[in-house]
Design a protein around this ligand. Structure first.
Ligand code: GLN
Length: 393
């Protein structure tokens, strides 16, 4: 090969000094973030554009990435949020009828630094044993610096624990997703206030398809501003960063729970409900990321295969129901658990209309086993509305 077509070299440097050498993929330069692995065999575009991956370097365990290219329809937000990308074998040529370009070009044009040709199995085993950790990808001229310099740069970044990122990735202006834009005929059944902490495009769409009008609101919206919309329900989305930092949103949720407005949360929204009820959250060693994560719905005993992307979890008692530490909210049950490691995957309140899950029922990408949760929220809004109508008679 001539020099002209030899890809530039790239290095992945982990915080414990382990280094992997590969080729530059996407943009050249430096990418810093927390190295995490995802086991999804499909959906790399949805993964890269999921805002929950902000400040993370994604390691794909699927060995061949980029083979179906990229297209406008599969974006889950306005851009790639992942800080960097680590793949084994990058497709040299995309081949799919929906493809509008190559992933390599997309990463380059968005300035996302990646590395290919590395042993992603070895990296994954390392992260599984040692835990998600600070890391850096260095390519082109940036890879020529001394190993000590590169490691120092990796170590100088803040760790994911204690990072507040949701307000950074959230929309600045509110917008509305109308049911009529997603095939719903007739008047909307309900309207909800959805706090965007890093929301994926498919989430409001799943509501809208079911006749729910969604007011997507910036993460800093106050209770008073959202309550002025007179919503039938309140929803908190997925999002990046440490839930222990989301004090503003915890206060927002508590006010809505006090007002008796039905609540549903996904992922970050589950952690925030947990905190609003008085539970703590903690960091998992390497998290759950992928689209084949088994979860049991304890109310039915059914197992769902779910889409997940979380590094933190709620610390709530598995034997339940138990009284919420914030006693005014009554009894709480851990409604769903991970069948891989018994981590809390869902919360359900028995005395107030609120529930949430740690995984992704919007499933983009992923299996649709958990779509019933959107219907469960609609049923909860219906029941709450009927009870209020009865009361006012
Ligand atoms: N997808 C999410 O909402 C992730 C929530 C949180 N940032 C975590 O890593 O656990």
């Amino acid at each position: 090969m001539s020099d002209a077509i030899m890809p530039a070299q790239a290095l992945l440097v982990l915080e414990d000094g382990r280094t992997f050498r590969g080729a530059s993929y996407g943009a050249q330069g430096t990418a810093l973030g927390e190295a995490v692995f995802t086991t999804g065999m499909t959906g790399y575009q949805e993964t890269l554009t999921d805002p929950s991956y902000a400040r993370q370097l994604i390691v794909q365990t699927a060995p061949h990435i980029g083979n179906t290219g990229v297209n406008a329809a599969d974006n889950e937000s306005s851009k790639i949020w992942a800080a960097g990308y680590v793949v084994r074998d990058a497709a040299r040529r995309p081949s799919n009828w929906r493809s509008e370009g190559s992933l390599d070009d997309e990463l380059s044009s968005q300035g996302v630094v990646g590395i290919s040709g590395v042993d992603t199995r070895a990296i994954t085993r390392h992260l599984r044993e040692r835990g998600a950790m600070k890391a850096g990808i260095f390519s082109g001229a940036d890879a020529d610096r001394t190993p000590a310099e590169l490691l120092a740069e990796v170590l100088a970044q803040p760790s994911m624990e204690g990072l507040q990122l949701a307000e950074e990735v959230s929309v600045k202006e509110a917008y509305v997703v109308e049911p009529s834009a997603h095939g719903w005929e007739g008047e909307p059944l309900f309207s909800i206030a959805a706090l965007d902490l890093g929301i994926k495009a498919m989430t409001p769409q799943r509501f809208a398809e079911r006749g729910v009008r969604v007011h997507v609101l910036p993460a800093t919206t106050t209770f008073e501003e959202a309550a002025a919309l007179n919503p039938d329900g309140v929803f908190l989305s997925n999002g990046p960063g440490d839930p222990a930092t989301a004090n503003r949103q915890v206060g927002f949720v508590r006010s809505f729970l006090d007002a008796g407005v039905p609540y549903f949360g996904i992922c970050f929204g589950n952690q925030i409900l947990g905190r609003a009820l008085g539970y703590g959250t903690y960091k998992l060693r390497y998290g759950h990321r992928g689209i084949n994560q088994p979860v049991m719905d304890r109310s039915t005993g059914k197992v769902e295969i779910t889409s997940q992307n979380h590094g933190f979890a709620v610390d709530a008692p598995l034997d339940g129901p138990t009284q919420a530490p914030e006693e005014r909210f009554g009894r709480v049950e851990v409604s769903h658990i991970s069948l891989n490691d018994q981590v809390v995957e869902g919360l359900s309140c028995l005395d107030i209309p609120a529930f949430s899950v740690q995984y992704h029922p919007e499933a983009a990408a992923g299996p649709h086993d958990a779509a019933y949760l959107f219907d469960r929220f609609i049923a909860l809004m219906s029941a709450t509305k009927n009870a209020q109508t009865e009361e006012s008679k």
